[in-house]
Design a protein around this ligand. Structure first.
Ligand code: SAH
Ligand code: SF4
Length: 360
C-alpha cells in the first residue's frame, strides 16, 4: 500500500453553488437570465465533462466577464484530497475533505475491461448495520448532487486517458435512498453529462420500499441492488436496524415492482458473515426468496472492520454457499473483494482518519 499524501483539513463552508450539480437546461435558463447566449451552456458542459478542466478560468472560449460571473456563482471542485491510497491490486481510494471539513471516501476499482467508481451519498450513514464501518457514528449530513458527481469526476480524472471510466456504483458511505433527491439528480447528471450508460450505474440500497417504488416509477434503466444479507426477518433485524420497520416480503414486492417497471432484474446483495448467515440452510432460504421474484444474487466476502466481532468465512465455505444457491436454481456470483490492504470496507478509511485526528 502507498499512502501518497496527507494534507491539513481546511476550510469554511462555501458560498458558491456546485456547478457539477447543474443540468444543461438549468444552465441555459440562468445564462439567458444573465443576457448570455444559450449555446454557452453547451460549451460549459463540454469544458467540464469532455475536456475535464480543473477550474472555470480554464474555459477559454467564454468571455472574461462570463467567467467572472460564473466564478462568483459556482465552484467546480469543492473537495480536496486528504489521502490517496493505492492497493496492491490497483484499487485506488480517495479520502475527500469538503468545505465544512467533513470527509467521505470514493474508490476506483480496476477490472479486466472496466473501471468502476464507487461513490458515497452521505457523510456517515443513518442505518447503522452492525457489521459496517460507515454507520458506526451515525450520519452527519447528506451530500448534495454536485458533491456526488464530483467524486465521479475525480475518479474519472484518475483513470483517464489510459482507461475509460465505465461503471459507477453507489456503494460507498451512506444510504442513497435516504438522500433520494440528491441521489436521483446525481444519477441523471452521471448518465446525461458524464456519459456513463444507465445500465452501467448501480444504486445499492439497504431497502426502503417506498423510495424503491418511486425509483421504479422514474422508469430509468439503472441497476438496483438490494442489500438482503439475511433470508429471514428475524436474522435481518439483528444485522440491519432499519429492518425493524420493513419485512423481506415488502422488499421483494418493491424489487419485483422495479423489475416490472424497468425490465431490469434486481441484484440481491448478500455479505457473507462467518457463522452468522452462511449456513447451507440460509442458502436454501435465499433460493426460495429468489423463486418469488426476478433476481440474481451477488455474494460479498466480508471485509473485517476493526472493533467489530464479524469475520469472513473461508473461501471454500463461501464457494460452497455459492454452489448451494446455484444447485437451487439461483443465478449467483461471488464478488472478489478488492483493495483489502487499504481499508476498503466502506467507511473504514474515514473512520480511521477521524480516530487518528482525535488522538492527535
Ligand atoms: N447503504 C447502502 C449502500 C452502501 S453499502 C447499502 O447498504 O446497500 C454497499 C454494500 O457494501 C452493502 O451491500 C453493504 O452491506 C456492504 N458492506 C458494508 N460493509 C461491508 C464490509 N465491511 N464488507 C463487505 N461489504 C460491506
Ligand atoms: Fe449504511 Fe449500507 Fe453500511 Fe448499512 S451497509 S450502515 S445501510 S452504508
Amino acid at each position: 500500500m502507498v499512502r501518497l499524501m496527507k494534507l491539513p483539513i481546511h476550510n469554511a463552508p462555501l458560498e458558491t453553488q456546485p456547478l457539477l450539480g447543474v443540468t444543461q437546461p438549468d444552465l441555459e435558463t440562468l445564462l439567458e437570465q444573465w443576457g448570455e447566449k444559450k449555446f454557452r451552456a453547451k460549451q460549459i458542459v463540454e469544458w467540464i465533462y469532455l475536456h475535464q478542466v480543473a477550474s472555470i478560468e480554464e474555459m477559454t472560449n467564454l468571455s472574461k466577464s462570463l467567467r467572472e460571473k460564473l466564478t462568483g456563482t459556482f465552484h467546480l471542485f469543492e473537495s480536496h484530497v486528504l489521502t490517496e491510497s493505492i492497493a496492491t491490486d490497483g484499487t485506488r481510494k480517495l479520502l475527500l475533505s469538503w468545505s465544512d471539513g467533513q470527509t467521505t471516501e470514493c474508490v476506483l476499482i480496476p477490472g479486466d475491461n472496466r473501471r468502476t467508481a464507487c461513490i458515497s451519498t452521505q457523510v456517515g450513514c443513518p442505518v447503522g448495520c452492525v457489521f459496517c464501518a460507515s454507520g458506526l457514528e451515525g450520519v452527519k449530513r447528506n451530500l448534495n448532487a454536485g458533491q456526488i458527481v464530483e467524486q465521479v469526476m475525480r475518479l474519472k480524472r484518475l483513470c483517464e486517458p489510459e482507461h475509460r471510466l465505465s461503471n459507477v456504483v453507489f456503494m460507498g458511505l451512506g444510504e442513497p435512498l435516504a438522500n433520494y433527491d440528491n441521489t436521483i439528480a446525481a444519477l441523471r447528471l452521471i448518465n446525461g453529462c458524464v456519459g456513463i450508460g444507465a445500465r452501467k450505474i448501480t444504486v445499492s440500497t439497504v431497502g426502503l420500499p417506498k423510495q424503491m417504488r418511486r425509483l421504479a416509477d422514474e422508469q430509468l434503466q439503472f441497476t438496483l441492488a438490494l442489500s438482503l444479507h439475511a433470508p429471514t426477518d428475524e436474522l435481518r433485524k439483528q444485522l440491519i436496524p432499519w429492518a425493524e420497520g420493513v419485512t423481506i416480503a415488502e422488499l421483494t414486492d418493491a424489487a419485483q415492482h422495479y423489475f416490472e417497471r424497468t425490465g431490469r432484474e434486481v441484484t440481491l446483495e448478500y455479505v457473507l458473515l462467518a457463522d452468522v448467515n452462511d449456513a447451507p440452510e440460509h442458502a436454501k432460504q435465499v433460493a426460495s426468496i429468489c423463486r418469488k421474484m426476478r433476481a440474481n444474487v451477488n455474494l460479498i466476502l466480508y471485509n473485517p472492520v476493526p472493533d467489530l466481532p464479524y469475520r469472513r468465512p473461508t473461501d471454500a465455505h463461501a464457494r460452497q454457499f455459492l454452489t448451494t444457491l446455484k444447485d437451487n436454481g439461483v443465478n449467483a456470483h461471488l464478488r472478489p473483494s478488492r483493495g483489502l490492504d487499504i481499508d476498503s470496507a466502506c467507511g473504514q478509511l474515514r473512520r480511521r482518519n477521524e480516530q487518528e485526528s482525535q488522538s492527535g
